[in-house]
Design a protein around this ligand. Structure first.
Ligand code: PLP
Length: 360
């Protein structure tokens, strides 16, 4: 295959073409340094500048207030499932978790090793096809924090509101929708995301943390899982994921050129409304997520006939739309339409869906 495909993978997923091309042009000699970013000391001046600029770009784009630290960590989004309770469970030994999908469920199970987990909501009764309302959340006023996952990558649901929890800090997994819409960071204790969906190659986890939440870790917290270690050393206690940080910087340049997170939100609305309209108006296809809970990033759908689903996935791949097979937990199809998916890719996918709907 000589042309780039429209890659609907849930992650790792598409990156902006301009970021890839820029990285390509700098791959052997980064701006006169005589070496690739992959080959540089993380303690060098030239890398420190990449690091500082990337942090600054993210702070500007997400409007991160003073008193919050941006960390560039490793161990994936999944590493945060342990790091969060290890560091935050402390004071009251108790946390609230909204279980709206696979990753929130794993996070809640992991947290239960370190304290008492109160399940504030559980949407498994309808196979995680919806998001609970504020009134449905069973909140504990003395919880150390409230945890939720903003966008459920596998099920294709997304919170359309930020939960109100009084003085209990909000902790949010934004792995699959970060930078796709404006977020008021000041409402959160921690926002975090694995980079491989909307930001950079796999290997980087971005954590934005209110600084006063660090320093209360459980006594047996591993050195590398301690937010304080990473805050004190500005994410450079050890070698950070240098290449991924550089790629994040290039992606953020592209986001800024598109009008920042507001620009991203416009594009996301265009892409997702087009796709949901096409599916809603089809004869064959049904969406997994209930209206009002639908994700702007991961669109899950099926025909109800497994053979027909398989035929759709196969014919779509042959037509240049790859990775549309759904996760085994939902079956059917999933189109992940993250920031870097061109609107044109979704337009063409909609045409393909309409033709398939007519011919089958
Ligand atoms: C992909 C994903 C994860 C897991 O990310 P890893 O970096 O593979 O650990 C966690 N949460 C959400 C919402 C995701 O989409």
């Amino acid at each position: 295959m000589n042309e780039r495909v429209y890659n609907f993978s849930a992650g790792p997923s598409m990156l902006p073409l301009s970021a890839l091309e820029r990285a390509g042009s700098e791959i052997t000699n980064y701006r006169g340094s005589g070496m690739s970013v992959m080959e540089m000391s993380h303690r060098s001046k030239v890398f420190q500048q990449i690091f500082d600029e990337t942090q600054e770009k993210l702070r500007r784009l997400m409007n991160v207030p003073d008193g919050y630290k941006i960390l560039f960590l490793q161990t994936g989004a999944s590493g945060q499932f342990s790091m969060i309770p290890l560091n935050l469970m402390g004071p009251n030994g108790k946390a609230d978790y909204a279980v709206t999908g696979n990753f929130a469920s794993i996070a809640a199970k992991e947290a239960a090793k370190y304290g008492t987990v109160n399940i504030a909501a559980d949407t498994s009764d309808r196979n995680h096809s919806y998001i609970p309302t504020q009134e449905q959340l069973k909140l504990s006023p003395d919880a150390s924090y409230f945890y939720y996952c903003a966008n459920n990558t596998i099920y294709g649901t997304e919170w359309q509101y930020v939960p109100e929890t009084g003085s209990v800090p909000l902790v949010c997994d934004m792995s699959s929708d970060i930078l796709s819409r404006p977020v008021d960071v000041s409402k959160f204790g921690i926002v975090y995301a694995g980079a491989q969906k909307n930001m950079a190659p796999a290997g980087l986890t971005v954590v934005i943390i209110r600084e006063d939440l660090a320093g209360h870790e459980l006594p047996y917290t591993p050195l590398m899982m301690n937010y304080k270690t990473m805050i004190d050393k500005d994410s450079m206690y050890n070698t950070p994921p240098c290449w991924c940080i550089y790629m994040l910087g290039l992606t953020l340049d592209w986001v800024a050129e598109q009008g920042g997170v507001e620009g991203m939100e416009k594009l996301r609305t265009l892409r997702s409304s087009m796709l949901y309209d096409t599916l809603d108006n089809s004869r064959l296809f049904h969406c997994h997520a209930e209206k009002g809970s639908r994700s702007g990033m991961n669109v899950t759908f099926r025909t109800g006939n497994e053979e027909l689903d398989a035929k759709f996935v196969q014919e779509a791949a042959a037509a240049g739309f790859t990775n549309l097979k759904g996760h085994r937990k939902t079956g059917g199809m999933r189109a992940s339409i993250y920031n870097a998916m061109p609107v044109e890719g979704v337009e063409k996918l909609c045409d393909f869906i309409k033709a398939f709907d007519k011919n089958n």
